[in-house]
Design a protein around this ligand. Structure first.
Ligand code: CFM
Length: 546
């Protein structure tokens, strides 16, 4: 269906119809989570209810706090040995499914990402306590690998039975003084989604890891990328581009990363933030303690990549760096433009919907834009209001009990190592010239009027969206994939990228254009028929009536 027809489906009508099927209390809450976009002067957009508890009984797309901490923020680090303290399922299902990749320096360099390490808690430990088993697991891990660092991740039952992962970490660190051992209180039930786990992870990495070594990597223009997790090789492509421009990427949190890079990450002159949701805390805390400025960048989309590179070069303000950056962009864009035009000719006017995590539902709209496709609806699973409406709403966000559950650290200037990378006068001058720091505009100001923005989408609403709008493609995750495809619409996983990648940077954009071209022109999805559609055999009723 062409996008004009799609747009003709009235968003208000859609919303009213969906809400009419809910019980009154549920409808009252969902009403604030389903918003019709409108952008007024000063990028003012409607308020959305976000980061609040999922209503019981609704099939949410969300994950848990443990997933956000262990799976997301720490998971992609290859040489922090990570032990899941909990039942085996938690460790197993967070093992390699996200497709985050890594490249150890040598064949002998440690890489624990290929292992799923867990204390495999059983009923016995649930009753009598699991700390002994955790200590034994650490002994075993040290005997086998002698790692530089060990992270312990608490799961739901560990919190419920009261095992103290921090006390165990302290005790085992005393036993093995050359190993940095730290625990994360990321019990799955903390907060309302994986977002809580991001915060827990940020806090611990900040207090127990960053700042332990002042050994800086050599280089003139040294920076970190926070919130890039090397799914499908994204970080490799970004590293390639950064190097070509003449930048020194000190550490990425945490795609293709290692412990040594984390402990000295405070030695750089700039923090750039890719996924604002998962790691803005670390950027803020590093600025307060060490004086490192930060701003938001985005390497999803070729134009966004070019814009981000230009901003980084402008920050350092070096003539040669700026010239080299322009040269790289010019060279890379030749192939990008060629493929873009070719794909755009087939895809322009087609429609997409994106419902992903806490940043990709926004970032990937850039890529669709570049090939002329229209985003009809989008939403995050677990982002906060600032990711939708922009950081300008931060002072107005009400902190509820679920968020208060997560520790908010009080951070102060480091007495010896604080060093403002730019003077206040320099920063003010840059701002006057239009440069922004500590920024994120959010998703809504960049979306079209009347598009639907839906927080914490569920299965029922997904089916309704398909029925009403017939999008040409939906981007979401594995839990949605087959429900959508069985209805004849292709679904691209934007968490794991299915079996592909990279999608970041210039080469990634080319990969994405081609993949979307293939998907929206494949008829196979429309040919699938569920068996009961062709020969209904069984009918059932929940109630016996005479
Ligand atoms: Fe950030 Fe992510 Fe995302 Fe995220 Fe995630 Fe992910 Fe995601 Mo899946 S850190 S918020 S918790 S960009 S795992 S790499 S794809 S939901 S949109």
């Amino acid at each position: 269906m062409a996008h004009d027809e799609n747009m003709a489906v009235d968003a208000e009508e859609f919303k009213a119809e969906v809400l009419s099927k809910y019980p009154a209390k549920v409808a009252k809450k969902r009403k604030r989570q389903i918003v019709i976009n409108q952008v007024e002067t000063g990028e003012k957009v409607p308020e959305i209810l976000a980061n609040s508890r999922t209503i019981p009984g609704i099939l949410t797309m969300r994950g848990c706090s443990y997933a956000g901490c262990k799976g997301v923020v720490l998971g992609p680090t290859r040489d922090i040995l990570q032990i899941t303290h909990g039942p085996i399922g938690c460790g197993f299902y967070s093992w390699a499914t996200r497709r985050n990749q890594t490249k150890p320096e040598t064949l002998e360099s440690p890489n624990y990402m290929t292992y799923a390490m867990s204390t495999d808690l059983q009923e016995d430990e649930i009753i009598f306590g699991g700390e002994k088993k955790l200590k034994a697991a650490i002994d075993e891990a040290v005997a086998m690998f002698h790692p530089k660092a060990i992270g312990i991740f608490a799961t739901c039952p560990v919190g419920l039975i009261g095992d103290d992962v921090h006390a165990v970490a302290r005790e085992m660190e005393a036993k093995y003084p050359d190993i940095n051992i730290f625990g994360f209180s990321c019990e799955g039930y903390k907060g309302v989604s994986q977002s809580a786990g991001h915060h827990v992870a940020n806090n611990k990495v900040f207090t127990d890891v960053v700042g332990l070594s002042d050994k800086a990597k050599p280089g003139k223009f040294r920076f970190n990328i926070l919130g890039e997790y090397n799914i499908g090789g994204d970080a490799f492509e970004i590293e390639r581009i950064a190097q070509a421009c003449g930048l020194t990427l000190h550490s990425t949190f945490s795609g293709n990363s290692c412990y040594e890079e984390f402990i000295s990450a405070h030695t750089v002159d700039l923090n750039t933030v890719m996924c604002h949701r998962s790691i803005n805390y670390l950027a803020e805390m590093m600025e307060v303690k060490y004086g490192i400025p930060w701003f938001k960048i985005n390497f999803i989309g070729a134009d966004a990549t070019a814009k981000s590179l230009r901003k980084i070069a402008a920050f350092f303000g070096d003539k040669d760096l700026i010239a080299q950056t322009e040269k790289v962009i010019e060279e890379e864009m030749i192939e990008v433009n060629k493929v873009r035009e070719e794909v755009k000719a087939h895809c322009a006017g087609k429609t997409a919907m994106l419902f992903v995590g806490g940043s990709r539902a926004h970032h990937y709209q850039e890529l669709f834009d570049e090939i002329g496709m229209v985003t009809l609806a989008a939403g995050y699973e677990f982002a906060h209001r600032d990711d939708y409406e922009g950081r300008k709403v931060l002072p107005n966000i009400i902190v509820d009990a679920d968020s208060r559950n997560i520790e908010e650290l009080t951070v102060e200037k480091d007495s010896t190592r604080y060093n403002a990378r730019k003077s206040e006068a320099e920063i003010e001058k840059m701002k006057a010239d239009g440069f922004t720091f500590n920024d994120y505009r959010g998703m809504m100001p960049e979306m079209k009027e009347k598009t639907l923005i839906i927080d914490d989408l569920n299965h029922y609403e997904t089916e309704k969206l398909i029925e009403k709008y017939h999008p040409d493609i939906i981007c979401a995750g594995i839990k949605e994939k087959y429900v959508v495809q069985k209805q004849g619409i292709p679904l691209k996983q934007l968490h794991s990228y299915d079996y592909m990648g990279p999608f970041a940077g210039f080469k990634g954009a080319i990969n994405f254009y081609r993949e979307i071209d293939r998907l929206v022109h494949s008829h196979v999805f429309k040919m699938t028929k569920a068996p009961w559609q062709e020969s209904p055999e069984l009918t059932a009723s929940y109630a016996w009536t005479k």
